[in-house]
Design a protein around this ligand. Structure first.
Ligand SMILES: [Zn+2]
Length: 119
């Protein structure tokens, strides 16, 4: 079952240059980067999750945002200047998440919190 999630997220941009990505042009998922498709997403989202970003459009998670910036979305551009001019925005993002063990974990976590409160 898929559940729709809409939230405000910080959206930034990057390209394949050594300033933006000190690594290679290969994403964390193993796909090669593609402008108009590739975004880096937070670790909570599985690869290939489709994300609709306000004023940007549909993108797909092929990469991971830096640990330090987890929770953000990073849009891939071919030109460094395009990435620079996109800057940093706070945008509405919309995606579907599978109801799975993620939620089970959250439920377990909640009940543990309740138990702690009882003490
Ligand atoms: Zn760059």
């Amino acid at each position: 079952m898929l559940v729709q999630a809409i939230k405000l997220a910080i959206v930034t941009a990057y390209c394949g240059c050594t300033i933006c990505t000190p690594g290679s042009g290969i994403t964390a998922s193993g796909e090669s980067v593609q402008e108009g498709l590739t975004i880096a997403g937070p670790s909570e989202l599985p690869f290939y999750t489709q994300v609709h970003i306000e004023s940007v459009g549909m993108r797909e998670v092929h990469d991971r945002t830096h640990r330090r910036y987890d929770g953000r979305f990073d849009i891939y551009f071919e030109e460094h200047e395009d990435a620079l001019s996109f800057g940093k925005r706070r945008l509405k993002v919309c995606f579907h998440v599978k109801v799975s063990s993620h939620l089970d974990t959250a439920t377990v976590g909640d009940s543990q919190n309740l138990m702690n409160l009882d003490r």
